[in-house]
Design a protein around this ligand. Structure first.
Ligand code: COA
Length: 195
C-alpha cells in the first residue's frame, strides 16, 4: 500500500460519484445502515443503526478512523449523479489480522439494488486502488449472500476459498487482480469484443 494519506478525492463514474461521507449525510446514511437487510450481511458484524443520533456518531467515527488507514483505503458515500441522492456506501479497508489484504465492500439501500451500482463502484474503486500500487483487492462474502456473490463474480473477481481467518466467521473470499480489471468494467467501458 502507498504511504500517502487518506484520499478526499471524489471518484466519478458514468452514473455515480464516490465521495467522502459528511456528518450532514446522516439521514441518507441511515437509509442504508438503518436497514437490517443491509447490515445483516456485513463483516465484521454491524448492528442495524437505530437512529439519526447513532448514525451521526458513526459518521464521525468513520471520519476519525480515516486518518489511521493510508490510501487507497477509504470509506465513500455513493451518490447518484442524476439526482445527487446517496444510494449507498462503499469501502476499501485493510482486512485484519494482517491488514495486508484490502477488502472492497458495498452497502446499497435496498431500493437501489438491481441497477448495477455495485458493479460500477467496483470498477471505480479497483482502478483507484490499482493506481496506488495495490495489485489485488478482495471481497469477503457471507455464505448465503447471493446478491453479493453474483456481484463479485460478474465483476471478474475470482474464487479464492473459504476462511475464518479475517473475522472469526466463515467467509467466501474472492480476489480481483490488476489483470482482471477489464472484465470488471461496466459494459460500455469494456474493450471491443468483450461480452
Ligand atoms: C451486495 C449488493 C451491493 C449488490 O447490489 P446489486 O444492485 O445487486 O449489485 P450489482 O451492481 O451487481 O447489480 C446487479 C443487478 O443490477 C442489474 N443491472 C441493471 N442495470 C445494470 C447495469 N447498467 N449494469 C450492471 N447491472 C445492471 C443486473 O441485471 C442485476 O440485476 P439482478 O440482481 O436482478 O440480476 C447489495 O445487495 C447490498 O447492498 N447488499 C447488502 C450489503 C451487502 O451484502 N454487501 C456486500 C457484503 S460482501
Amino acid at each position: 500500500m502507498s504511504t500517502s494519506t487518506w484520499t478526499t478525492d471524489a471518484l466519478t463514474t458514468e452514473r455515480l460519484t464516490l465521495r467522502p461521507w459528511q456528518v450532514d449525510d446522516a439521514q441518507a446514511a441511515l437509509d442504508v445502515y438503518g436497514h437490517a437487510e443491509v447490515t445483516r450481511w456485513l463483516s465484521p458484524d454491524m448492528d442495524r443503526v437505530p437512529d439519526l443520533a447513532a448514525m451521526r456518531l458513526l459518521l464521525q467515527q468513520w471520519s476519525a478512523e480515516g486518518a489511521r488507514f493510508p490510501a487507497p483505503a477509504g470509506r465513500w458515500a455513493v451518490q447518484r449523479n442524476s439526482d445527487d441522492r446517496v444510494v449507498g456506501g462503499a469501502v476499501l479497508l485493510p482486512l485484519p489480522p494482517g491488514n495486508e489484504d484490502l477488502e472492497i465492500g458495498w452497502q446499497l439501500r435496498p431500493d437501489a439494488w438491481g441497477n448495477g451500482y455495485a458493479t460500477e463502484t467496483t470498477y471505480a474503486l479497483a482502478r483507484w486502488a490499482f493506481s496506488q500500487n495495490v495489485h489485488e483487492i478482495f471481497a469477503v462474502v457471507r455464505p448465503g449472500n447471493v446478491r453479493a456473490a453474483a456481484t463479485v463474480r460478474k465483476n471478474g473477481m475470482h474464487w479464492v476459498g473459504e476462511t475464518t481467518k479475517y473475522f472469526g466467521v466463515e467467509l467466501q473470499v474472492f480476489r480481483l487482480r490488476t489483470a482482471d480489471l477489464d472484465p470488471a468494467a461496466p459494459t460500455a467501458l469494456r474493450p471491443p469484443g468483450g461480452d
